[in-house]
Design a protein around this ligand. Structure first.
Ligand code: PGA
Length: 248
């Protein structure tokens, strides 16, 4: 299994930010892990052009479940694929909150991603209140069951565990808490997919930065990271890529 360092630029970046791609590729021309950047949709095509011939792959942050039609402002999986993306983040907590996305909608989008030939990075994670009440594994189990449709394989599915309270806050779970959730995810996936579940990349996300990446990547069943803020600058994301390469 090749580990995966994925950057989520969220609603950040303009054409000027594409200089970060060249800087990243120059500093890490042959990483031992996969490297993915998911810019806003406006930059997918340009980033794909800039990333050609480098190890940097390009992904989207969302897609619509339908292939085409009357859905003003939305973008289909086929369209992000056409723009040059090979991956799509689905069910990120910011979309579950801002756009009231349900597990069923995330599952429909995941099917759309597979229909278009994209790798789906499906996000799950508990709120702080859910963790405090001891409901973490119940929530994660429900989200995983509801958001990942039948037909997943290790080649088409990546799971990102992102505790909502750790995103953009500088706070992270303990290493033991990360290990517990990732072990649980592996078990649930094994029950559904059998031996192939061993190859599904399980990313941790939420305040990953150069200073904590190495210890997080040493946790069992952590096969990479989904990185927000620290993916915007090549120097920071490059340090995370280097940490993951060293753990690979
Ligand atoms: P963060 O975001 O690294 O800025 O905490 C992670 C994410 O939302 O994917």
């Amino acid at each position: 299994m090749k580990k995966l360092a994925a950057g989520n630029w969220k609603m950040n970046g303009t054409a000027a930010s594409l200089a970060e791609v060249a800087a990243l590729a120059q500093a890490h021309p042959a990483p031992a892990c996969e490297v993915l950047l998911c810019p806003p949709a406006t930059l997918i095509a340009q980033m794909a052009y800039h990333a050609k011939g480098t190890p940097v792959k390009v992904g989207a942050q969302d897609c619509h479940a339908n292939a085409s039609g009357a859905h003003t402002g939305d973008i289909s999986a086929e369209q992000v694929k056409d723009a040059g993306a090979g991956h799509v983040i689905l069910g990120h907590s910011e979309r579950r909150t801002d756009h009231k996305e349900t597990d069923a909608q995330v599952a429909a989008k995941t099917l759309a991603a597979w229909r278009a030939g994209l790798v789906a990075i499906v996000c799950v994670g508990e709120t702080e209140a859910e963790r405090d009440s001891g409901a973490t594994l119940d929530v994660i189990g429900r989200q995983l069951a509801g958001s990942v449709p039948e037909g997943a394989t290790s080649a088409t599915l990546v799971i990102a565990y992102e505790p909502v309270w750790a995103i953009g806050t500088g706070r992270t779970p303990t290493l033991a808490e990360i290990a517990e959730v990732h072990h649980f995810l592996r078990e649930r996936l094994t029950a559904r997919l059998g031996a192939d579940a061993a190859g599904v990349r399980l990313l941790y996300g939420g305040s990953v930065k150069p200073s904590n990446a190495t210890e997080i990547f040493a946790v069992a069943n952590v096969d990479g990271a989904l990185v927000g803020g620290a993916s915007l600058k090549a120097a920071d994301f490059g340090a995370i890529v280097a940490a993951l390469s060293a753990a690979a």
